[in-house]
Design a protein around this ligand. Structure first.
Ligand code: ZN
Ligand code: ZN
Length: 536
């Protein structure tokens, strides 16, 4: 859940604005940064700079940016993902501006330059910040990947040219890990070898944003005569945006999910979301035998090409248990560590970067206390001063005297409900909740397909003041309806959908609520429109 505010001479800028999923709370709500402290201090950033497209760096933008209303700078992939989120929230994406790796720009006293890195998503960038004669490198997430598959390896010369830096604000995630993080190229070869040895269906679960991995799986499948199919909304969305940018040009043709039943199991590879045990994701549906088109059989294979994010261990264990009960052969990080590589730098990589850029000070961020402490120890070993391991809410000064924690502001969690229209924090109208008792609000961003309509992104449903509703079956039903309705205009769609909606709710809820239906046209990159039609 990354958000860093940098200020110089009363001018503030923000770097990243991420969210996290609270799998430990009922219904796995989203948590976003709490803006009470900056608000109390009168801090309003004049610009938001995004380092890369991972949810822990962009996931809260659509929720929090409306209180800032400033320009947003992001590389093409992150910008494409942000535009989709803005469409889901009914926000105009006019503030989102594309910046290419290598480019520089100014905001007040700050000069910023985007520097290309390697990570587990394309176009990840560090940001070099200069203000008042100080030079600070905010690394964002990175690793040194000699063979990233998509994009080029990091340029040692470019980073050497930055030395000496005053301060590095750096990724601590894998600081306790000796050695090297491993390369996407090595994982690709391991996946190809494993796939060639498998019989029956193969389901591979990885992060949708790891496009190099998705591409590697596609190529490996093709080599052993298998066809690929994507499963899960975030996988389809990510691949569509990437295709629009030309990243997936040699991904083999995709088989729609509903045609998978016609293929012999030995010719199938399914690339699925859900490696973290998420309750609604594709892999969970397969494990529970709830997928409409695929039933996993004994002898089929499931490969976890991802690591457990801390906090998700329990749901992942339950998922694996279910899969084992189906008689499926499991490959995971424990029995086959070669099938995944982390996206964050281990000790050898941290040391190498710091030898390149020669920072005077280091501030270890992005990780828990033990990761930050391991990072601090590496700095000390290199003669870099790293006096602080900051926590969320710390106000830190940096000047000729070094780094000092000025004040520690406690940060109560700010939870937003994953599938609900919750007023944007800061825009809340008092008393609005009372009026909603017994009412169901459904906001539906849609786009036309060849046959009907398709919903874009998450279901935005607020049924909090009504009798209970099974959101999973509701969203499945809704998608079927949209696909079927051959309405020409949004008004026709609305007229056709509203009575069906009320009938369904009457059948599935104890009390029929007052229904507020809002249908809106989502702005879409062309590629996604075609793609979601192809995969329905
Ligand atoms: Zn991150
Ligand atoms: Zn990341």
């Amino acid at each position: 859940m990354n958000l860093t505010l940098y200020g110089y001479d009363e001018h503030w800028i923000a770097v990243d604005c991420g969210m996290m999923i609270r799998q430990d709370l009922p219904n796995s709500p989203l948590q976003v940064p709490n803006l009470d402290t900056p608000k109390a201090l009168g801090i309003i950033p004049k610009a938001l700079f995004i380092t890369h497209g991972h949810e822990d760096h962009i996931g809260a933008v659509a929720w929090l940016w409306p209180t800032w209303n400033c320009p947003i700078y992001a590389t093409p992939l992150a910008a494409g993902l942000l535009r989709l989120k803005f469409a889901e929230h009914g926000l105009s994406s006019a503030a989102i501006q594309v910046i290419e790796p290598g480019e520089a720009l100014e905001s007040g006293p700050f000069t910023l330059r985007y520097l290309a890195l390697t990570h587990s998503i394309p176009e990840s960038c560090a940001i070099l910040m200069m203000a008042g004669g100080y030079r600070v490198l905010h690394t964002g997430d990175w690793k040194l990947d000699p063979e990233p598959l998509i994009g080029t390896p990091m340029s040692a010369a470019q980073f050497r040219a930055l030395a000496p830096l005053d301060l590095v604000v750096g990724d601590s995630t894998n600081a306790p890990m000796p050695g090297h993080s491993g390369s996407e190229g090595d994982v690709a070869r391991a996946l190809a070898k494993t796939l060639a040895s498998c019989q029956g269906r193969v389901v591979i679960s990885c992060f949708a944003s790891n496009l190099a991995r998705v591409l590697a799986i596609g190529r490996a499948a093709q080599q052993c005569g298998r066809r690929i199919s994507l499963m899960g909304r975030s996988m389809e969305r990510m691949v569509s945006v990437a295709r629009g940018l030309g990243y997936m040009d040699d991904l083999p043709p995709l088989v729609p999910n509903h045609d998978l039943g016609y293929l012999p199991p030995d010719e199938v590879v399914i690339i699925a979301t859900g490696s973290q045990g998420e309750p609604r994701a594709a892999l969970q549906r397969l494990a529970q035998g709830r997928h409409p088109f695929v039933d996993l059989q004994p002898g089929d294979n499931v490969i976890f090409s991802a690591k457990a994010i801390p906090g998700n261990e329990r749901p992942i264990e339950q998922l694996k248990k279910r899969l084992s009960q189906l008689g499926v052969r499991l490959f995971d990080e424990v029995n086959h560590p070669e099938l995944h590589a982390t996206g964050h730098p281990a000790q050898e990589e941290l040391i190498k970067l710091y030898q390149w850029v020669k920072p005077k000070y280091l501030m270890p961020v992005h990780g828990e206390a033990r990761h930050q402490q391991a990072h601090q120890a590496i700095a000390q070993q290199l003669g870099i001063s790293a006096p602080l391991t900051p926590v969320n809410g710390d106000l830190i000064s940096f000047d000729n005297h070094g780094l000092h924690c000025e004040m520690r502001y406690p940060q109560p969690p700010c939870i937003v409900s994953q599938n609900s229209v919750v007023p944007h924090p800061g825009l809340e109208v008092s008393g609005a909740n009372k009026a909603r008792r017994g009412s169901l609000y459904l906001a539906l961003p849609v786009t036309a397909t060849d046959t009907g309509w398709a919903r874009i992104g998450r279901l935005m449903l607020d049924a909090s003041g009504t009798s209970p509703l099974d959101e999973d079956s509701f969203s499945d039903w809704l998608d079927e309806q949209l696909d079927e309705i051959a309405a020409e205009t949004l008004a026709d769609l609305r007229q056709a959908l509203q009575p069906r909606l009320i009938r369904w709710l009457a059948d599935h809820m104890q009390h029929l609520p007052e229904v507020h239906l809002q249908i809106m046209a989502a702005e879409m990159p062309e590629a996604l429109t075609l793609d979601s039609a192809a995969h329905r």
